[in-house]
Design a binder for this molecule. Structure first.
Ligand SMILES: Cc1ncc(C[n+]2csc(CCOP(=O)(O)OP(=O)(O)O)c2C)c(N)n1
Length: 682
């Protein structure tokens, strides 16, 4: 970026009378203890430097942007008030943790954040003792902070403070209220900071949002609240009835004016709202609250995108903006790089829009991911059939079940990783009732720079567990619409998983989609590659590599994991010398496992089946293609696994193939074309 828009170096007096070059305060911080040497002015300057650093690094790649700009002062005030080498700090979700990384000894590595081998974009205990849990899903901070506090009390460390910072977007998650309920009853010392920037990724939704909005009627509210308190304290209490009335009046006024009543009813002492960009004010409040006994909620008002005018004006785009091309004076963003290619998310969001235009019974539910799911057009065209329920995935599914029972055709559009929250509702409210709910599982597979908290790894196993559930994955773009149509006309629950990837089309005469039937792209008898999902295109490339080596290679686009296609897949297992299943999901209980289970129950030999997919470990963050390559899931890796497997199970086929090449040169082998012609799809 243009350094002119960044730091303006100044020399001011240091807190201890010395001179500090203000341009380099951030560089002098190796641990939060270093913050204590700064004067108030220097802290302001440090906040400025931190924002410059965030802009300098984050403009290079998509990353959480506006949320981090909004918590710089809060982060400094927290580290100045507490000693988190002993005290406990949990940033809810963890996407706003970058300022914390900058002051906890990770400034030098910050440049590489969210790249392969670099810092994670979320808390990571492997990086720093200041990060206690690796998280990325919203809503658990109050529970873990409370657990830490209780754990510390039980293990004779009662002096440790415990703090959770939670955003107003995460606040409505059901688990937060479960934690409040428990915290109020346990009455342990706990500080919950509500970081209220009036935004989730999109504007916050629901009745809780309205309640918080009341507290934002700032000046009026602050003044009147103070005046009313003063007034109430001056009214003489005369008799029991008057006291009772007065209490009721107090409560009523509090409820109307602050929104804090809700928290107090849970047994949390409510303070605020206060300005989250005033370091001195924050420090005063935090120092006072550190001494308060019992659970406390401090309501802090911040501005998402603070310090970058375009980000504060448009926090939705700047939640995770694309690469920032140009930055002007005062950190104003001059241009963003426009994304060119269409992704699977686009194919499904436009499919959903068409389905809603065609049938007024179709409705769609998102859990705070309208933007990520690209549902803005749906929201604007069909406001009555579009439901953003907030970060409440369990509710979303049970809510969909209710709608389905009433005759609506709900689509639950949720990322694979977040839908894990709804496991029990998928079981009980949907599958057990055999209700026609269509699940669109976006980001199923490796999500890239977000890493293990966000990879959509487990949905194949958790979806295929349930009777009645249809489990589908498109092989390419041409499968997307037919699958959505099938899900919306099927008489029971159906799910479709698709990755965070650009659309691709595999050239072929596309077979019409039929429930439980896979599509044969090519037949072969040395190797058959069975793809479940969009790694189909890599299988096509792998097949080309292997065919050039003289092998006869078939490709199947499985389309369904459940019901599984016993006929086609059974035939593949019976005819090919080596069979590989390929999926972008965990191998534990995934599609390959489904194929092995099918073979076992059908009495088909399956020792020659090799499963390729995600290993039984948490996969780190990096670009999706880097990860796929390192896991052997791109064409070269698939081809090499196939060769290896064939060498183990039918080495003579490799020799034969080599010999046939010797006689025919490198042109496609006659063996292969003969065999390809032998398959007759049903
Ligand atoms: C369970 C879950 N669902 C959805 C998300 C996606 N998500 C990440 S941040 C975010 C918004 C959170 O809003 P808030 O807590 O107010 O934080 P802010 O970004 O406004 O600071 C959402 C929906 C998530 N991380 N976890």
């Amino acid at each position: 970026m243009n350094p002119a828009g960044m730091l303006v170096g100044r020399v001011l007096s240091g807190a201890h009378g010395g001179c500090l070059n203000m341009a380099g305060l951030l560089e002098t911080i190796h641990s939060p203890a270093d913050l204590r040497k700064f004067s108030s002015e220097q802290l302001e300057q440090l906040a400025h430097e931190m924002r410059d650093e965030l802009v300098r690094v984050l403009r290079l790649r998509p990353a959480h942007f506006a949320s981090n700009l909004g918590v710089v002062e809060l982060c400094l005030a927290l580290h100045l008030t507490y000693d988190f080498s002993k005290d406990r700090l949990i940033w809810d979700t963890g996407h706003q943790i970058y300022p914390h990384k900058l002051v906890t000894g990770r400034h030098k590595q910050f440049e590489g954040i969210r790249t392969r081998g670099g810092l994670m974009g979320y808390p990571n205990p492997a990086e720093s003792p200041y990060d206690l849990f690796m998280t990325g899903h919203a809503g658990c901070s109050v529970s873990t902070a409370l657990g830490l506090k209780v754990g510390d009390s039980l293990t004779n460390k009662p002096e440790r403070h415990s703090v959770a910072v939670i955003g107003d977007g995460a606040l409505p998650s059901g688990i937060v209220f479960e934690a409040f309920n428990n915290a109020g009853a346990l009455n342990e010392n706990l500080l919950i900071i509500l970081n209220d920037n009036a935004m989730s990724i999109c504007p916050r939704v629901g009745s809780l949002a309205r309640c918080l909005d009341q507290a934002r009627v700032s000046d009026f509210y602050m003044d009147s609240k103070k005046q009313l308190r003063d007034l109430l304290q001056r009214i003489p209490l005369v008799g029991g009835v008057a006291t009772q009335l007065l209490e009721q009046l107090k409560d009523g006024l509090k409820a109307v004016l602050s929104g804090g009543m809700l928290f107090e009813e849970f047994g949390l002492r409510y303070f605020g709202p206060i300005d989250g960009h005033d370091i001195a004010g924050l420090r005063r409040s935090l120092a006072m609250l550190r001494e308060v006994k019992g659970p406390v909620l401090l309501h802090v008002l911040t501005n998402k995108g603070q310090g970058v005018p375009e980000a504060s004006k448009d926090p939705v785009t700047f939640h995770t903006p694309p690469v920032i091309d140009a930055v002007g004076p005062k950190r104003s963003i001059l241009s963003l790089r426009k994304g060119g290619s269409k992704a699977y998310t686009d194919a499904f969001s436009s499919g959903i829009l068409s389905a809603m235009r065609a049938d007024e019974k179709v409705a769609v539910i998102t859990a705070a991911m309208c933007q990520g799911n690209k549902l803005e057009r749906v929201r604007d065209e069909f406001p009555k059939r579009f439901f953003d329920v907030g970060i409440c995935e369990s509710h979303a599914v049970a809510f969909a079940a209710g709608m389905a029972k009433s005759g609506v055709r709900p689509i639950v559009d949720i990322y694979s990783t977040f839908l894990q929250r709804s496991f029990d509702q998928i079981f009980q409210e949907v599958a057990l009732q055999n209700l026609p709910v269509a699940f669109c599982l976006d980001r199923a597979g490796l999500t890239g720079p977000d890493g293990p908290t966000h990879h959509g790894t487990y949905d194949i196993p958790y979806m295929r567990l349930f009777p009645n559930m249809v489990v589908m994955a498109p092989g390419d773009e041409s499968d997307a619409r037919p699958m959505l149509n099938l899900a919306l006309t099927h008489n029971g629950p159906a799910s479709i998983r698709y990755p965070k990837a650009n659309l691709e089309t595999v050239e072929r005469a596309v077979a019409p989609l039929e429930l439980g039937v896979s599509e044969v792209v090519d037949w072969g008898d040395d190797v058959i590659l069975i793809a479940f999902g969009t790694l189909l295109s890599e299988c096509v490339k792998a097949a080309a590599i292997l065919r050039a080596e003289g092998l006869s290679v078939g490709i199947i686009n499985a389309r369904f994991c459940k019901p599984i296609d016993k006929v086609t897949l059974g035939k593949a297992l019976s005819e090919a010398a080596a069979v590989l299943t390929i999926e972008e999901g965990t191998l534990e209980g995934g599609f390959g496992s489904a194929v092995l289970e099918m073979a076992n129950s059908e009495g088909i030999e399956s020792g020659h089946v090799r499963r390729l997919g995600l290993p039984d470990r948490f996969v780190e963050h990096a670009e999706r293609n880097e990860l796929l390559e390192s896991l052997g899931l791109l064409a070269a890796g698939i081809a090499s696994s196939a060769r290896e497997w064939l060498a183990r199970h039918a080495p003579e086929r490799l020799t034969e193939a080599r010999e046939s090449l010797g006689t025919t040169g490198s042109s496609p082998s006659p063996r292969e074309s003969d065999r390809r012609a032998t398959f007759s799809p049903r």
